[in-house]
Design a protein around this ligand. Structure first.
Ligand code: GCV
Length: 694
């Protein structure tokens, strides 16, 4: 029987977004795989919208747009050469004397011609997508020259995709968008066209690296490094034309699992030789392979602790094998004890990354990137920023974000994360006005660890389950390119591409409504879920929906300590776990006292009475009630607003979002009622406004 894949949504690259480019006369000048991609993109746009395209030798043609490599030879076309010279002159004027580099580009206008110059083919591709984003504005005669270079060299997505279906986690761990784009039931999914289409979307957002399998590496997945390397090579081939390099999650125990050795001890000669030889074979097959990603000694994954070695020994072992080939190790700092006893108040999961890793600062090889989750615990809706970022000046640190909405509504809820990531990136761990997390990730001369995120994509026709969750993926890519950008501006960019004004009856209404729904949706989500930074009131295991005490007595850690008098975790130095003292002095002091601690993370740092008065003037208990009532009302408003778009946009998008908003209203109501009732029963304090609490 013939089966038909459902139509795949175009996300932020609908044909309509190419209308302005496709109606022009375009010259592409240069050679290379990614130049061919540029040519292909332009050709398809022009075929659809009536423009024309030429590749290199071009005598007497008049053009509107030139996309040229700077090193490519002169062309016998005076107008084109004049545009190129004008571009060079503009670059000399606005540039800093530095080359555009592997991925940078210049955009300039010369009379009637727009010119994009790049040093390397990837730069030309990014320049092309910039022209697409700008639409007609790219051809505005008054447009001043612009130079663009990514702040971060590596802009990476991690897939938590399993090759074989995991009995509990399924095909994709914490995946909310169907199956994997790469794998199905133990084998490659076999749809390389979809993989290529994915690469295209990612390139247009700025991403240039992905890891293709879960950091929890089971037996089948471990084989990707050796016997099943061909499957990885196929993915690399499909993504290469879009400038995306493939990385692999590997098991630290691979020498034992795959190599038949009796040990994986990082200081053992045989183990080192095995990694060197295995890595060489990887590069023989995939010359531009990116490197390894490792979760070690964490949640049951093997690691150097088994052999009495530390994580610098472990990471350096793999780094040494990768170094001759230019590869990197992404070594995760997510190491903590997941066999805790709730009776033991001395263990604090929040402390773990700092305690394990900061003593190792300066010991990692230069091709090791330590990948640190944004918060000290685990991707909660709100956490303080991890103190590790301020404590390892001699280590390359990457910021790890979670685009997949494990704890933020699992792509059934609208929760636009850009504003949250913006806050994290702008956080100044040494105190206001000092260097920020973005600065740390960028590092000196761009040599920092970069930005990494766990992706939210799958084989769902909308890529991300919830169509509006596409914006989170797009925003990640754009912030990874420029971490100082305003996330709301990025959201606007996403809207223009995804819902092109030229294809919408009332573009202003669509834009305004989307902003009203999405801009503050992360804060709305925060309001109806766990209060004041306390986190983790989710249903254990699947992490969806409320379960206030779900984790309170489990081995994974205790998170709120609510009793009849108060709530929160005392992480102060004076009387608590001492976590607050892991920050540099400014924040250590601010977080130390409930008087100075910001409201939004108060319960992360302090156990306070319900009557404690917040900076916002409300008591803790009243704040809990108020935010939970407000959060649900806001979701109901979102749903009402969404309904005004019926008939304005793609009906399949409309329906999918409408359906999910019904679930969001149901689930938010459940959160409100469980959280409010829980705290009312504990505290006995009634709601000042007499609203219904069960
Ligand atoms: C891949 C959390 C998630 C796990 C995930 C882990 C990690 O604990 O619940 O599913 O495992 O983070 O980041 O490694």
């Amino acid at each position: 029987m013939e089966t038909h894949e459902p139509r795949v949504h175009a996300a932020w690259l609908p044909p309509e977004a190419f209308r302005s480019l496709g109606a022009r006369r375009v010259l592409v000048h240069g050679e290379g795989l990614l130049v061919d991609t540029v040519l292909d993109e332009v050709s398809r746009a022009c075929a659809r919208y009536g423009g024309r395209v030429w590749h290199s030798p071009s005598w007497d043609v008049d053009v509107d747009l030139v996309l040229a490599l700077r090193g490519a030879g002169e062309l016998p076309n005076p107008a084109v050469e004049a545009a190129r010279s004008a571009g060079e002159a503009a670059l000399a004027e606005i540039g800093d004397g530095e080359p555009l580099g592997e991925e940078g580009f210049l955009l300039d206008r010369d009379g009637e011609v727009t010119v994009v110059l790049a040093d390397a083919p990837a730069g030309l591709l990014y320049g092309l997508f910039h022209v697409v984003r700008l639409c007609a504005a790219a051809f505005d005669p008054a447009r001043p020259p612009e130079r663009h270079r990514p702040a971060l060299r590596r802009r990476m997505l991690n897939h938590w995709d399993n090759v074989a279906v995991h009995p509990v986690m399924g095909q994709v761990e914490r995946g909310y968008a169907g199956g994997s784009i790469f794998w199905r039931d133990g084998r490659p999914r076999g749809d390389l066209a979809r993989v290529r289409a994915y690469g295209r979307l990612l390139a247009a957002s700025g991403v240039n690296a992905i890891s293709v399998n879960n950091v929890n590496v089971a037996r089948t997945e471990a084989l990707l490094l050796t016997d099943r390397l061909g499957d990885v090579a196929e993915i690399a081939d499909a993504l290469r034309p879009y400038g995306i390099r493939v990385h692999l999650s590997v098991s630290f125990a691979a020498p034992v699992l795959l190599g038949g050795l009796s040990t994986a001890d990082p200081l053992d000669e045989g183990v080192r030789d095995w990694w060197v030889a295995t890595t060489r074979r990887v590069y023989d097959r995939i010359p531009d392979f990116g490197g390894y990603l490792v979760k070690a000694d964490s949640e049951g994954q093997p690691g150097p602790f088994t052999y009495g070695r530390d994580h610098a020994d472990g990471a350096n072992l793999l780094a040494e094998a990768l170094a001759p080939h230019g590869g990197v190790v992404h070594w995760r700092a997510f190491v903590y004890d997941h066999h805790q006893d709730w009776r033991d108040r001395s263990t604090d999961r929040a402390r773990a990354a700092y305690d394990h890793f900061t003593p190792l600062d300066g010991r990692f090889r230069t091709n090791v990137v330590l990948q640190v989750k944004y918060g000290p615990v685990d991707f909660q809706t709100r956490e303080p920023v991890s103190p590790v970022f301020a404590a390892m000046p001699a280590t390359r640190l990457a910021l790890e974000l979670q685009v997949t909405q494990e704890y933020t509504g699992q792509q059934r809820h609208i929760c636009h994360l850009g504003p949250w990531w913006g806050e994290v990136l702008r956080f100044a761990p040494w105190g206001p006005g000092g260097r920020t997390i973005a600065d740390v990730a960028v590092g000196e001369a761009g040599a920092g660890g970069g930005l990494v995120a766990v992706t939210n994509t799958g084989d769902d026709p909308f890529w991300t389950g919830h169509p509006l969750a596409q914006a989170n993926l797009y925003t990640f890519g754009r912030l990874a390119w420029d971490p100082w950008r305003d996330p709301t501006e990025v959201l606007d960019e996403w809207m223009t591409l995804t819902f092109p004004p030229s294809a919408t009856a009332d573009p202003e209404l669509v834009r305004r409504t989307l902003h009203e729904i999405m801009d503050d949706s992360w804060r709305t989500y925060e309001r109806y879920t766990a209060p004041l930074g306390v986190g983790f009131m989710v249903h254990p295991g699947d992490h969806y929906g409320p379960d206030v005490d779900g984790y309170e007595y489990s081995r994974w850690g205790t998170y709120h300590f609510a009793d009849r008098d108060g709530v929160g975790v005392d992480r102060s130095r004076a009387s608590g776990t001492g976590f607050a003292g892991q920050y540099p002095p400014y924040w250590a002091q601010v977080y130390e006292s409930p008087r100075t601690c910001p409201d939004e993370v108060l319960l992360f740092f302090h156990h306070v009475p319900y009557s404690h008065v917040l900076h916002n003037g409300s008591t803790v208990i009243q704040h809990i009630y108020d935010t939970h009532f407000a959060g649900v009302e806001e979701v109901e408003t979102m749903r009402r607003r969404w309904r005004t778009l019926n008939g304005m946009i793609d009906p399949t998008v409309y329906e999918r979002v409408a359906e999910r908003l019904d679930e969001q209203v149901r689930c938010a109501t459940e959160w409100r009622d469980q959280v409010n009732t829980y705290f009312f029963r504990k505290s006995g304090v009634p709601d000042a406004q007499g609203r219904r609490i069960y």
